[in-house]
Design a binder for this molecule. Structure first.
Ligand code: PSU
Ligand code: MN
Length: 305
């Protein structure tokens, strides 16, 4: 594992570090918006006083923290693999390029000692999972790996109530930032309630800190709704999501290819509106995630954890 100097120093001195995934760059957004977003997200984290660490695999080497050229390469290179937990050893052995999903990024973040990770939306239970069994590895990883994931809920292409049920089965603590409902990715509508909401990043950090002290295995999901001015009306986006899901089935696109197909198709159907929303929510998550990482770093330092 190659930890970028700046990230290593920050970790050693107990400064706040925020992990970022590379699948959203390589498979979640089109070039060049993907690279612009990756850079803007890193900048947002720095503005809050934390250090960003984008995670990905370059020629079989796991990188924690990337420079601008590496981000660019993840954004435009052809044939970058989409890496979930099961793909990690293969990508390393074959010395290939791999973009890490939420599950693989969580694993690497935990290995590196990073406590907070920011993304757009996690993977979850797919619509029709009762027949396809398509449930993202992300949910199991949240059950097992000690990293807090700040996101705008699960991606809108999924079955949100079933995703929430699965998170409960996995024992994942779900916290919602200033909202009583689970964030609904592109929109502000409600597909499910969240039991606990917080108003201040300190509150969220306190919960992460207590969880660590109790040595409870597994992640915490921090749900952060899209800023109101960027939210898309639910009826508007849902019709396109449904159309894309239908097209995905008709084209017999399955497994790991379905999420990239759906996101791309929804960008086309909305004339780019979904992409703008996706970028806005990730950036907002970066600010909130960095604030929580900062508060957590203070608590850990004060208590010599
Ligand atoms: N969030 C986004 N865009 C993305 C993803 C998340 O805004 O592209 C990626 C994450 O890497 C997540 C993956 O882990 O989609 C889920 O893929 P799957 O449904 O195949 O598990
Ligand atoms: Mn899947």
């Amino acid at each position: 594992m190659i930890i970028k100097e700046e990230v290593r120093k920050a970790l050693e001195s107990g400064m706040p570090v925020v992990a970022l995934e590379s699948t959203i760059i390589a498979h979640g957004m089109p070039y060049p918006k993907n690279v612009e977003t990756a850079r803007a997200v890193e900048k947002a984290i720095r503005e809050e006083g934390a250090i960003p660490a984008t995670i990905g695999i370059i020629e079989g080497e796991i990188h924690v923290g990337m420079d601008d050229d590496e981000l660019e390469e993840f954004g435009k290179r052809k044939g970058v693999l989409k890496i979930s937990k099961r793909d990690l050893p293969i990508c390393v052995a074959k010395k290939m390029w791999g973009a890490t999903t939420v599950s693989a990024t969580m694993l690497v973040a935990e290995m590196a000692g990073i406590k907070v990770f920011v993304t757009g939306g996690i993977g979850g239970v797919h619509r029709g999972a009762e027949t396809t069994f398509d449930i993202s590895r992300d949910l199991r990883e949240l059950g097992e790996t000690d990293v807090a994931v700040v996101c705008s809920g699960a991606k809108a292409i999924l079955d949100i109530p079933k995703t929430l049920e699965y998170l409960e089965t996995e024992g994942v603590t779900v916290l919602s930032n200033k909202a009583k409902t689970f964030a609904n990715f592109y929109s502000l509508s409600c597909d499910g309630p969240v039991d606990y909401s917080f108003d201040d990043p300190k509150e969220a950090a306190q919960i992460l800190y207590e969880k660590e002290k109790l040595k409870l295995k597994g992640g915490v999901l921090i749900s952060n709704p899209i800023p109101e001015e960027y939210a898309l009306p639910h009826e508007y986006i849902d019709s396109y999501v449904n159309q894309a899901v239908k097209e995905c089935e008709e084209a017999r696109i399955k497994g790991k290819d379905s999420t990239p197909f759906l996101l791309k198709r929804i960008v086309e159907l909305t004339g780019g509106k979904s992409l703008e929303a996706n970028i806005a929510l990730v950036l907002n998550n970066a600010h909130v995630g960095a604030q929580i990482a900062k508060e957590l770093a203070i608590l850990r330092k004060e208590n010599n954890l």
